[in-house]
Design a protein around this ligand. Structure first.
Ligand SMILES: *Cc1c(COP(=O)(O)O)cnc(C)c1O
Length: 372
């Protein structure tokens, strides 16, 4: 079975050498030397003025929301992973769902302003699949209405937009270093910002509210990154460029092989963006193909390929949210979520597997044409 992703690992010896010092220092966690070094390197990679490393990408979002001391409503996208919406609600805020741009699948800036009410305190868009949101327009809307902007940039490690890492944008941006992401510390995440005050708040919140002077100044939690996780990050970071290059080669192969595949729509590449090739989403058009996305997934599965219905359903359609608060209609996001699937993609995915997947997708359209 070929899965949709496969976690990148350094050579065992490389990791063993990296963690050897931990046995010498007995520093296992609490902002040790591995953490400090990774923090410096990630700050540079993400073009962040300030960065805090934490135990996962989900806590990164909750910390960002708490650091801003937000109240009321947060305008966000339902076309994302569960974490984004859960974080808003777990922080006592109300999500207000904005529809998406059909091409990029990111928040549609034309639809933000009509959702703003006196209770709105922030906008939380997602750079979904590493597609970058309309950062300039969102910044203008936020400024006009005095709103904060937090980007869920979980998918963007290793990418640049207009020459900068994605830690350079928004009031805060959050990142995931989960095992399934392009850059991994097994579990891990980061929050970037450009304000000293916010970065101090993030630091204390992730450490029980204890500040640099050992005073408890906030009702914090424990979301620190351990030395073992930081060590994995230091190893994986050495290979990140090569891993992205390998992903790029695989995406180019998919693009070439699927360029003229009836019923299969690809996402166009984005201007000003150097991609990390984190995902390869395709959209299935039932009218042209004769079968729908679920059936395409099933056919691939029968052939040993596990594609993912990512992101389906919309977070606003989750059973756990029904009846909890008014949920806005987002017809574009709904339609895209019924068409989309992500194909297997990871740095050592074999070329023949990619070609086989593409051959299956082409044959689906051919069967249809013969029937017609
Ligand atoms: C992975 C992911 C998260 C959560 O990150 P974890 O490190 O798994 O906690 C949040 N948002 C999006 C869009 C993600 O894909």
């Amino acid at each position: 079975m070929i899965y949709v992703t496969k976690s990148s690992l350094p050579e065992f010896e490389e990791y063993a050498a990296e963690i050897k010092e931990i046995w010498e220092s007995h520093r296992l966690t609490n902002m040790g030397p591995k953490y400090e070094l990774l923090k410096e390197k990630m700050g540079a990679l993400l073009s962040a003025e300030r960065i805090e490393l934490v135990n996962n990408g989900h806590m990164a979002i909750e910390l960002a929301l708490q650091a801003l001391e937000l109240e009321g409503e947060v305008i966000t996208t339902p076309f994302t992973f569960a974490s984004t919406t859960h974080a808003i609600i777990r922080c006592g805020l109300t999500p207000v769902f904005c529809d998406i741009d059909p091409v990029r699948c990111t928040m549609d800036p034309d639809k933000i302003e009509s959702l703003i009410t006196p209770k709105t305190s922030a906008i939380l868009p997602v750079h979904v699949y590493g597609q970058i949101c309309d950062i300039e327009r969102i910044a203008r809307i936020a400024e006009k209405h005095h709103l904060k902007v937090i980007y869920d940039a979980a998918h963007t490690v290793g990418e640049t937009y207009k020459g900068k890492g994605l830690g350079a944008y928004g009031d805060l941006s959050t990142f995931s270093f989960h095992a399934t992401k392009v850059f991994s510390t097994c579990e891990g995440g980061g929050v970037t910002c450009s304000s000293d005050r916010l970065s101090e708040r993030l630091y204390t919140l992730q450490n029980f509210g204890i500040n640099m002077d050992a005073e408890v100044v906030g009702i914090g939690m424990n979301s620190k990154m351990s030395e073992f996780h930081a060590a994995m990050g230091l190893c994986n970071l050495r290979h990140l460029e090569e891993m992205i290059q390998r992903r790029k080669e695989r995406v180019e192969l998919y693009r070439k092989a699927l360029a003229d595949c009836p019923g299969i729509e690809l996402m166009p590449e984005q201007e000003h963006v150097v991609s990390n090739y984190a995902y390869f989403p395709i959209f299935v058009h039932k009218e042209a193909l004769g079968i729908d996305r679920d059936q395409v997934c099933a056919v691939l599965y029968e052939n040993g390929f596990f594609a993912r219905k990512y992101f389906y359903p919309l977070t606003s359609e989750f059973p756990c949210y029904q009846g909890k608060f008014p949920i806005q209609e987002t017809p574009v996001a709904h339609e895209r979520s019924t068409q989309v699937m992500t194909l297997p993609l990871y740095p050592d995915l074999e070329e023949e597997n990619i070609l086989e997947i593409c051959r299956i997708l082409h044959s689906l359209g051919k069967q249809r044409r013969i029937q017609v």
